[in-house]
Design a protein around this ligand. Structure first.
Ligand SMILES: Cc1ncc(COP(=O)(O)O)c(C=O)c1O
Length: 423
């Protein structure tokens, strides 16, 4: 039996309707920005393998960190025990974060990093005997697929079967240049109730909603209103973190800082699974008590897995290299040039860029929908051209590893331009 046949026998893939899905692509090797299939065909990893890969695949510094750590401490329980790589990554993340963020909690992925953030926020108020039950989020949000994370995300076909189990959330409209006043007044109305525990956002770019972008200025204003009425603010930097917006974090573009930040994806260079939730000292202090039940009673088997922590440290080493900083700057410039070309085309709408991410809508006459047929056509076309690029509905976006060369970026750009000519 071929691998594809064996896969069909036993594997249940994410976000996949198996009745109608075609064969999965068998990838046998990954190196730099390239993926290789079983026939030896190569593909540029144009969306960084679900937005996680930042330095390219099989980076030797990451590989060495994995093997060194495996031979030092591979895994150990993290309650009652610590180890050097957990402390090192926590120190380095705190050092790179805004001054108010001081404590790092470890979990396994982006959803759990958000879930921990929400639980910490609710318990912060609970521990002080002033429980707040409301949450405010943005329309179009995606924060992950666990229950808390789904509850604060956009309601719709992705989570409809579970909706009756979600907690109540009030949604603000997605900020645009036209609706500033209306959003600010809606926010003031919601937060002034002083019942809102937490305001959660994907700062500057909503990923799964189609790389929708908004300004740091409006986010600063919303954060300020939430803080004015004593609500906590969570920035979900799972997608935006680690260079995507051109700076290390999206919050680096903002004046007003969050109380809690969720990190994952690029944290471990897209190689190991880990999530971090970084909280302010004030929040941490609200869990200190003689009463054991005021502790944060949450943990995972693989909390602070030493190999994941070592990879996160190695990834930060690479971020600190001059070459990476220059690569990110070049990618931002190539993106801007690409946007200029896209703007001249009639079947392209709403071109936008945040740092290394370039996105636009294909004008299909069908409106914007995740299930647009054009998605399949585009996906197949790019595969044919040797590019793995997963559109979100009729939104095409490019967010490759930062180590991509100009030649490889140009190949993606030319394939997109030729696809646009073909439709
Ligand atoms: C902003 C944001 N938050 C949370 C998540 C969930 O992360 P994970 O898929 O690692 O659970 C994602 C995943 O795409 C995301 O983009």
């Amino acid at each position: 039996m071929s691998l594809i046949e064996r896969d069909k026998e036993v594997v249940w893939h994410p976000f996949t309707q198996h009745k109608t899905a075609g064969d999965h692509l068998e990838i046998v090797k990954a190196s730099g920005v390239l993926l290789f299939d079983a026939d030896g065909k190569e593909y540029i990893d144009a969306n960084s393998s679900w937005w996680v890969n930042v330095h390219g695949h099989a980076h030797p510094h990451i590989g060495k960190a994995i093997s060194d750590q495996f031979n030092t401490v591979d895994h150990v329980v993290f309650a009652g025990v610590t180890h050097s790589k957990a402390v090192e990554i926590a120190e380095r993340i705190v050092e790179k974060s805004p001054d108010n963020l001081k404590k790092v909690f470890f979990s396994d992925n982006g959803s759990t990093a958000v879930e921990v953030g929400l639980k910490v926020a609710f318990q912060y108020f609970h521990n002080q005997d002033k429980p707040r039950k409301k949450v405010v989020a943005l329309n179009g949000a995606y924060h992950g697929d666990t229950f808390g994370a789904m509850s604060v995300g956009q309601r719709g076909y992705f989570n409809a079967p579970f909706e009756s189990f979600f907690f109540d959330v009030d949604y603000l409209d997605f900020p645009t240049s036209e609706n500033r006043e209306a959003i600010l007044s809606h926010a003031r109305e919601l937060f002034s109730s002083k019942e809102v525990a937490v305001f959660i956002v994907e700062p500057l770019v909503q990923g799964a909603a189609g790389m929708r972008m908004y300004s740091p200025e409006i986010l600063d204003e919303l954060t300020a209103i939430a803080h004015e009425f004593g609500s906590l603010v969570i920035f979900d930097e799972v997608m935006t973190g680690f260079g995507r917006t051109g700076k290390l974090f999206a919050m680096d573009h903002c004046k007003n800082k969050p109380d809690i930040v969720a990190l994952s994806k690029g944290l471990t260079a897209g190689v190991m699974a880990m999530g971090l939730t970084v909280a302010s000292q004030e929040i941490y202090d609200a869990f200190l008590s003689e009463e054991k039940t005021k502790a944060f009673l949450h943990g995972h088997s693989f909390t602070a897995n030493p190999i994941s922590c070592a990879v996160a440290c190695a990834s930060l080493d690479i971020f600190e290299e001059k070459e990476t900083i220059e690569n990110i700057a070049s990618l931002v410039n190539w993106g801007t040039e690409f946007i200029d070309e896209l703007k001249t085309l009639h079947n392209v709408r709403n071109t936008r860029q945040s740092g290394t991410i370039v996105a636009f809508e294909l004008e299909t006459g069908e409106g914007d929908t995740y299930f647009s047929d054009i998605r399949e056509r585009a996906y197949d076309y790019f595969l044919e051209q040797g590019i793995l690029l997963r559109p979100l509905g009729n939104t095409l976006f490019v967010n490759p590893p930062y180590s991509i060369s100009k030649v490889e970026y140009t190949k993606i750009k030319e394939a997109i331009l030729s696809f646009l000519q073909s439709i």
